[in-house]
Design a protein around this ligand. Structure first.
Ligand code: SF4
Ligand code: SF4
Length: 366
């Protein structure tokens, strides 16, 4: 046991298992089972992590994890045996390590980055071989295939129009069941939680139509957004940097893709529970969706990142027309209707991240 845990105390190990249970939304009764699964994982199955065309942001995101820490993830939890960015081995030694793991089989194969397929994969090579070929080899002998980040899942930014390198996601290259953990980057909890779930239950978690675990990607950002009251009332951020950006005004007019994006960012938050895009006054870019970054309108035209998506543009127009009409008949009716809709949706009146809401802070200043 001591050897398996590589120096971490039993107490810390159980604490780590408890945080994994919380991450997966499981009761404390699961802690012994999680501890047993993690101990078993310290021997096998191994994780083989390959990098294709991408920025390595998902690796950086993973090692930003706090509960568990990067050391616990890399040495004790996931048994990562091959990962180019962090492994000590290089050159022929690293290539031999890859071959040995594939030969042994029984590992979880994680792909980060897209896979170029044009010119027989010549646009991304490892050790003189196309990553397309290496990924197929890795997938052929694995137990589970996991794509981490939007590039590995659906092509992401490397596959953006016009995609001269023919970048594709892992599933489009190797076929079969691939668990997709999209995000630009993917949240460390989504990565660690999904792989732990696989180790714990010996099966992939329930997936949605795009191969994403429903436990992390089951809800629309818009459903839990703290700016939702602004959306219902028609309070729109008009220009970045203006005072309203810091309040609970909606970013929909500035291209927010929250109404069509599925992820738990508003409740999970990023950077160890500190903040997330919309709360930090940036519209959601829809980074977990298959069509990121090239969202298109009905005519197939790419929508610019800061132009409203069609769903929001239509709603905004209708709301503005309604307000204009109501002003003629008596102001406030549309706003009152919006407030009722917002309250029914259980939406808070502003940000509560880090204490007072932004609206409360504003009131306090006056
Ligand atoms: S459009 Fe974006 S900012 Fe506005 S409520 Fe929806 S998710 Fe939040
Ligand atoms: S809020 Fe949107 S853009 Fe930001 S991380 Fe979440 S899904 Fe991606």
């Amino acid at each position: 046991m001591r050897e398996i845990l590589k120096g971490i105390s039993r107490r810390d190990f159980i604490k780590c298992s408890a945080s994994m249970a919380a991450l997966l939304g499981l009761s404390e009764l699961y802690i012994p089972q999680i501890a047993a699964a993690l101990e078993k994982a310290a021997k096998k199955p191994a994780v083989l992590w390959l990098n294709g065309s991408g920025c390595t942001g998902c690796t950086v995101s993973l090692i930003n994890s706090e509960h568990p820490t990067p050391a616990e993830i890399i040495l004790d939890i996931l048994s990562i045996r091959y990962m180019e960015t962090i492994m000590a081995a290089s050159g022929h030694v690293a290539e031999k390590q890859f071959e040995d793991i594939v030969h042994e089989g029984g590992y979880v194969f994680v792909m980060e980055g897209a896979i170029p397929t044009a010119e027989n994969g010549a646009y991304c090579m490892i050790g003189g071989r196309p990553v397309m070929e290496i990924a197929k080899e890795a997938a052929a002998n694995s137990v589970y295939n996991v794509a981490v980040g939007s590039c590995a899942c659906y092509g992401g930014i490397p596959a953006a129009d016009p995609n001269p390198t023919g970048c594709k996601g892992l599933k489009d290259v190797v076929g079969g069941t691939v668990v997709n953990i999209p995000g630009c980057p993917a949240h460390p909890d989504w990565i660690v939680g999904t792989i732990t779930h696989i180790l714990l239950f010996g099966e992939v978690p329930e997936l949605d139509e795009h191969g994403r675990p429903k436990m992390f990607y089951g809800k629309l950002i818009h459903e839990n957004c703290q700016r939702r009251t602004g959306y219902e009332l028609g309070n729109w951020v008009k220009n970045f940097g203006e005072e309203e950006t810091e309040m609970d005004y909606c970013m929909g007019g500035k291209g927010c893709r929250g109404p069509v994006t599925h992820a738990d960012c508003p409740s999970r938050l990023w950077n160890s529970g500190t903040n997330y895009c919309i709360a930090a006054s940036a519209p959601c870019a829809g980074c977990v969706e298959p069509d990121f970054p090239d969202f298109k309108d009905a005519d197939g035209k790419i929508i610019s990142l800061y132009a409203p998506i069609p769903e929001v543009a239509k709603y905004k127009e209708a709301l503005e027309a309604e307000v204009e009409h109501e002003e003629g008949m008596g102001a406030g009716t549309a706003a009152a209707l919006g407030a009722v809709v917002g309250a029914a949706a259980g939406v808070a009146g502003g940000y509560a991240i880090g204490g007072k809401t932004k609206s409360e802070e504003k009131e306090g200043e006056e």
